[in-house]
Design a protein around this ligand. Structure first.
Ligand code: 5GP
Length: 141
């Protein structure tokens, strides 16, 4: 997708491509994922076509943050799941394949369907943690 060209999600939001819509307001659009990890897997997308989360405006971020819990509750009620993951990928190396910010809501069902947890973890070095947190805090004011 070149700069300025509508993303596949913008085409869906504009009604130029079909989807199974579950929610829409002035700033947010949500629909079922075409390749669900589990029943109820939903994508929540800001209408603003930012590529990654760090590029999203505060207004769109607030709008998404407001509706994520509500949409999650509706998905849980309809699917009967009680557990779920919210996943948000940014950049190719971080598994993003559609370059328009989106949040996945993925119910975890009793049959095991849903998200697996493959992440490799390490131990936080206390000195490194101190320096890192200080640097981030400084930028955030
Ligand atoms: P990402 O890997 O970028 O975090 O996730 C992109 C998601 O968008 C994938 O789960 C994929 O199945 C979904 N997706 C891609 N194209 C379409 C489409 O045309 N319609 C719908 N409903 N979902 C799509």
């Amino acid at each position: 997708m070149s700069q300025g060209e509508p993303s596949i999600f913008s085409l869906i939001i504009d009604g130029q491509l079909p989807c199974h819509k579950v929610y829409e307001d002035d700033s947010v659009f949500a629909f079922l994922d075409i390749n669900p990890c589990s029943t109820g897997h939903t994508l929540v997308v800001p209408k603003e076509q930012a590529t990654t989360l760090d590029q999203l405006s505060d207004e769109s971020a607030a709008a998404i943050g407001t509706v994520l819990p509500r949409i999650s509750r509706a998905i849980l009620e309809v699917t009967g799941a009680t557990d779920f993951n919210v996943l948000q990928n940014n950049g190719e190396a971080a598994f993003q394949s559609v370059f328009h910010v989106h949040f996945h809501i993925i119910p975890k069902h009793e049959d095991g369907s849903g998200l697996a947890w493959p992440f490799i973890t390490t131990q936080l070095d206390p000195e490194e943690g101190k320096t890192l947190a200080e640097s981030i805090r400084k930028l955030l004011g």
